[in-house]
Design a protein around this ligand. Sequence first.
Ligand SMILES: [Zn+2]
Length: 120
Amino acid sequence: MMMNALIEEECKRQNMDMTAGDRYKYLWADEDSADYRKPTKVTAALYCDLLFAWTERQLEDPAKFPKNGEYGEAFMSSVKHIFKRLFRVYAHLYYHHFEYVCHIGTARPAVSAPANESLD
Ligand SMILES: [Zn+2]
């Protein structure tokens, strides 16, 4: 996944907070985690690590994503929550690492992928 390479190379090297400019600061919260029950300021790289692990747990939860395809009430809200958080990663990468993305020649797929998805 190209996004992972960007995070590994740039976000970990720059060690900046999870933001998309000065106006958008993203805190991490996970009610199932003792460390993050309250929204907590984390680096972008840590946010992404936590997000990808959290997303995997959501997708593996049969109450939200049943293997039989009979999706219940939790399905759509879970999908929206996952996409909202993943969009923040794109916002961070676009705002803070756009020049690097252009430099490695992946600007178009990296910044245009979520444009086709509705978050509401
Ligand atoms: Zn970053």
